[in-house]
Design a protein around this ligand. Sequence first.
Ligand code: DQQ
Length: 480
Amino acid sequence: MTTAFSENPISHRQELAGDIHRPVFHFLPPNNWMNDPNGLCYFRGRYHLFYQKNPFGPLWGFMHWGHASSPDLIHWQDHPIALAPEDSAGDGLGVFSGCIVDDNGTPTAIYTGVKSIIDTPILAARARDSSLDEWEKIPQNPIIAEKPEGVNSMDFRDPYVWRQDNRWQMVVGAGMSDNDSAVLLYESDDLFSWRYLGPLLKQRSIESVTMWECPNFFPLDDKFVLLVSLYPNTQGIYYYTGNYDGRVFTPESQGYFDSDGILYAPQVRRFPDGRTILFGWLREQRSDEAIEEAGWAGVLSLPRELALDQHGRLVSRPVREYQQLRMPSPKTDHLSLNPGERLILPITGRQVEVGLSVRRGEGSFELGVAASPDETEFTLIGCDPQDGTVLLDTTHSSLSGNVQTGVQMLSLVETDGEEMRLHVLLDGSVIEVWVNETLSLSGRIYPTMADAENLFLRAGNSKVQSLELFAWEMDSIWDF
Ligand code: DQQ
């Protein structure tokens, strides 16, 4: 299904509301295609979120910046398209990813313009009203016309700008002719004329990666964090934490953030209340044909508050504001399970949050969600408190042949505490899992059966002595 471009977001949202795979408490486009979050910012009491949008259809192409705003990071209002491609502005083939900074009270977008596949200048546009609905691409564009030497012709994009020591600094994602990936560092006094300082980081850390997309570079606690998205084949988000003296970044630790490449191309900003928050794109795991039939694609993660833990790992938890979506009367229980015992939970649905707490050393168990009564479709979250691992297994999540499935795993280390606390948030085709409000896994699932709504617990080969359960039905963020 290809829908003609019309800016009538509420009617599109209403038309698609019956789709069982459509999340209701994660931000997603009214219809058609969305990918990366862009331009995350806070202006005059509202959070603004921009995003890569194809207004003409549900597959990637002809990128614009869509726009939504929120009073609380959870409930969103659609705005008109903010930035559209224009030949005369140097972005005729697409307005690709970028960020927004506050230039003395004027929100200013710094983004990738696509002039041709090998010509991707960095451009700027300034907001002309307080709702951030009207934008003017500046006459000085392009603000960076040429890529530095050694950068591959098609691998230069996604500027991220911040204030550093009374100057502006910018990083841009790149792929280099020596096969390294790089994040390139620039500096400016006025936001419009930029000096190239060289690579902030340049590496060939993972063999199959040819470029780092969507860099984010920001202070967190007393460190700096660099996030990069691993391209091609969208291999997920990798982070480096370390020290930054305003010129040189010295990484100390590194790792994957989330896993398996379903969460990708994040946008991070620190907000006035001091929290550093990330939104990521949760990629579809179904075929183009299935997406065309659905008429929409792409959804964002819940906003995640970032922190560094005692091991120096970059960790996250969903912002506390999502808890307002918990419906009254949670189901709570104190359970024990005999070896192999299976228990249907007293809650059903496609919009649920389940919390489970056990002590380390207990027997292993699985939580099943989105399970059909005949159990031909189900998604498993496995927990082994002895070795501290959590699995997200979507192998049986759908009977459709048009869906990619898999098994993801995360592991706690010895010193992560005496307890394992799982938080599972299911919202239509989105599943997000946290353990101990630090490490996360994200998945997409597409059950074919309308009644694939059950939840169950199943013990492994040993007894689970004591398991605390909290479960909530979750409300929609939309009024209809
Ligand atoms: N998406 C944008 C690019 C970016 C990629 C194009 C990452 O700017 O590199 O839609 O998903």
